[in-house]
Design a protein around this ligand. Structure first.
Ligand SMILES: [Zn+2]
Length: 433
């Protein structure tokens, strides 16, 4: 069966970066954008250019450098915002202007103080202006899930008429239930032609952002807006890695494809966490340090006999570093480069040589180079290169080895578990690497 393609619209650098404690400077945003490119996302929402000169500069830099995905800039529905957004994204290979305007009565009345009729006109005119600048225009009726349905349809009709090609339906306040959100998307899908892409944008105030996004996909949405580690306003946005892996692990229920390279999920999560100094909660699905840890004896026993007893995906499939790859003085450049990549840092030949020289000196003094040592070497390389990581030091949580998954070999030794009798290489058997 042919699987429908779901575009992954990453808004880590916009909605995510807006959340408390997650702000990044231009160089940090650029570094994350490179990783999002390697991850294979379809659209990077790089920022909200009118918000600050720094935001605008970051969007411009990303648009000039990252050429494969579409680069979107956010704008309110007014001339100044739209022109600034265009100025920021126009250098991109595939620029997109994303306009939002609230449509719920509560927002119209108390926040914008405009009538429904004024809202329709403003939405239409702003999309028309954006369309005169940029072929790819997305429109979001903010607080769509609390908007009267008939009025929402009118607003969407108005912006489609003005040239919008993606209609994003934000559950701005994280209020929707999955069936309800699915019905809303289905209703909109029925009214629009195939040339219009319906998009989901869900917040996690009730812990339902991913469930709502999946319900939207099943109802006909072909783009989902999400963030790495689910960062975002308040309780966050839908977590990109969770949506992608739900589709990957359950194609029987969700026969859809994305362009995401799942092995790049952990490096992306780790890099974001490093850049923002915001640790990922230990039990976070997919990327938390306990996501693949098995401690209960009965689980360990089952895992040793057959990993499928308790494992629905391998750590390897989401890019969790192989903890058996010990870095010591006998490790080569290749192993060192690979471990840097697993942590979300890519270096050119010269930089890697530089790190390697210092690594060898360190490895001569201490037996095993732990992750926090490596992060210090990486950081000093970035600082020395003027890589813009000014004042940034590896965050506290990396002072201990980030991923302390017990390997099967040590499980056996420490817990005196029986070796699987029928397999000579339990480690390879278990972790599929
Ligand atoms: Zn949002």
């Amino acid at each position: 069966m042919e699987r429908a393609y779901i575009k992954i619209f990453d808004t880590t650098l916009r909605d995510g970066e807006q959340s408390p404690g997650c702000s990044m400077n231009v160089q940090e945003k650029l570094r994350l954008a490179h990783q999002l490119d390697r991850l294979g996302v379809d659209v990077i929402e790089a920022g909200f250019p009118i918000a600050s000169d720094g935001d605008c500069a970051a969007v411009q830099a990303i648009a000039a450098t990252i050429r494969r995905p579409a680069i979107a800039g956010l704008a309110r529905a007014c001339r100044e915002d739209i022109e600034r957004a265009w100025q920021a994204v126009r250098g991109a290979a595939r620029p997109r202007i994303h306009i939002f305007l609230a449509t719920s009565d509560i927002h119209l009345q108390y926040k914008l103080k405009i009538s429904r009729q004024q809202c329709l006109e403003q939405a239409h005119d702003s999309v028309r202006l954006a369309k005169s600048l940029c072929g790819d225009v997305e429109f979001s009726p903010e607080d769509a899930t609390r908007t009267d349905h008939e009025f929402l349809y009118q607003a969407l009709d108005a912006v489609v008429e003005a040239g919008a090609t993606t209609l994003n339906i934000p559950d701005t306040v994280g209020y929707s239930m999955p069936e309800e959100y699915g019905e809303l998307i289905r209703g909109i899908r029925r009214r629009t032609g195939d040339e219009i892409t319906i998009s989901a944008h869900c917040h996690n105030d009730l812990g339902l952002a991913v469930a709502n996004s999946l319900a939207a996909i099943a109802a006909g949405a072909r783009q989902v807006e999400c963030t790495i580690n689910g960062i975002g306003e308040r309780a966050g946005n839908a977590a990109l890695e969770e949506i992608v892996m739900a589709l990957r692990v359950r194609p029987d229920r969700y026969p859809y494809e994305t362009g995401v390279i799942s092995e790049q999920l952990f490096p992306a999560s780790h890099l974001l966490s490093e850049l923002t100094d915001a640790p990922v909660q230990a039990n976070k699905a997919i990327t938390g340090r306990n996501a693949f840890a098995h401690e209960a004896g009965i689980h360990q026993d089952g895992m040793l006999k057959n990993p499928l007893t308790y494992e629905i995906m391998t750590p390897h499939s989401v890019g969790v570093p192989d903890s058996r790859l010990v870095l010591g003085k006998h490790s080569g450049r290749h192993a060192l480069g690979l471990r840097c990549e697993q942590l979300g840092f890519q270096f050119d030949r010269r930089q890697l040589d530089d790190i390697y020289r210092r690594f060898v000196v360190l490895a001569d003094k201490i037996k095993h180079v732990e992750e926090h040592h490596l992060l210090e070497l990486i950081q000093s390389e970035l600082n020395q290169d003027g890589g813009g990581a000014t004042g940034h030091t590896p965050s506290r949580h990396t002072q201990a080895t980030y991923f302390q998954r017990t390997t099967p070999a040590t499980l056996i030794a420490e817990h005196n578990l029986p070796r699987p009798a029928d397999h000579p290489e339990p480690e390879d058997y278990l972790w599929g690497v």
